[in-house]
Design a binder for this molecule. Structure first.
Ligand SMILES: [Zn+2]
Length: 312
């Protein structure tokens, strides 16, 4: 039976899963490597290429898992529960049932992943480059080459994740910085807006490429970069979804339904039976002070806040 995800381990009680899309990519890359290696050096060349690529893949995806564990470490310390970590071909994702309520904690959680990647990248480069330099790319030098590439991927991962495209790490930092000034809801709106703008830019870069931008002599963004276009689509959809979630949160909090996120502050005390709910969905588009007020004179027990929010 073909499953979409396979569990490969468990850290701090968090199941680590690998998505089928990633397995397909790994096999595809290894077989491409085998063909290229075989053309250069027969069976030995093919075997060498496959081992090189497999080792690189293991290092890269272990690094991505460690990046997600960096987020998870802070999240758990701040009282959140991490359900699972999934490794996909566009990167990793840690699924949590809540986010730290304090902006400072959210900022810390968001930055923890890139810090792990930056550290891993630095260490891999520091070992890999001398190995490569001293052995001229033979024997241990091959291992140095693998470490160099794995280090490069980690550094790029850290840099890429710090781009403020919500809900990527940099976008979460952006929201956390905006929250004290604008409140969580508007901060999320601004972050989602910026995230969607950057997603559009990513899609255009993915489509047309940026061939004159080179890192260590390598072109990172060739035209028709499907991974970048997929990431753009992911950001575009999830940025708004998370804004909607925060809207529901805010609505529930204001109406005294309690908090769906355990770490959130308790709802304010209900005042003299006034059942006015102030939410701020698209009205932000009209101006910073615009607010939508949902009035209903007769409060009813069966009135479901979700239906009104999603019924727009
Ligand atoms: Zn991250």
């Amino acid at each position: 039976m073909l499953k979409s995800e396979y569990k490969i381990g468990r850290v701090w009680g968090i199941p680590i899963k690998i998505h089928i899309s990633l397995l397909v990519l790994l096999v595809y890359m290894a077989s491409n490597g085998a063909i290229a290696g075989g053309e250069r050096g027969g069976f030995a060349g093919a075997l060498g290429s496959v081992l090189f690529i497999l080792l690189l893949e293991v290092l890269v995806f272990s690094s991505i898992a460690l990046h997600e564990l960096g987020h998870s470490f802070i999240a758990i310390r701040k009282g959140c529960r991490v359900h699972e970590i999934t490794l996909m071909f566009i990167g990793g994702a840690a699924k949590m049932d809540s986010m730290p309520a304090k902006p400072k904690d959210e900022c810390l959680m968001a930055i923890a992943g890139p810090i792990v990647s930056l550290t891993l990248g630095g260490v891999a480069m520091a070992i890999g480059i001398p190995l490569l330099y001293h052995s001229g790319g033979r024997g241990l030098g091959q291992f140095g080459m693998v470490l160099f590439y794995a280090g490069l991927v980690n550094l790029l991962l850290a840099a890429f994740n710090l781009i403020p495209a919500f809900p990527m790490d940099g976008g979460r930092v952006f929201r956390a910085l905006m929250t004290p000034r604008h409140g969580r809801l508007k901060a999320t709106y601004l972050a989602a807006r910026l995230g969607r703008g950057i997603a559009v830019a990513f899609f255009i870069i993915g489509l047309f490429g940026l061939e004159h931008v080179r890192v260590f002599g390598m072109t990172l963004f060739r035209p028709m970069n499907f991974v970048l276009m997929m990431i753009a689509g992911f950001i575009f959809v999830t940025a708004n979804r998370e804004y909607r979630m925060v809207q529901v949160e805010e609505l529930m909090r204001q109406r005294g339904f309690g908090s769906a996120w355990p770490g959130m502050p308790p709802p304010p005390p209900a005042d003299d039976g006034d059942d006015t709910v102030v939410i701020s969905p698209p009205p932000y588009e009209k101006g910073p002070d615009a607010k939508a007020e949902l009035h209903h004179t007769q409060p009813r027990k069966s009135d479901n806040p979700f239906s009104r929010l999603f019924g727009r």
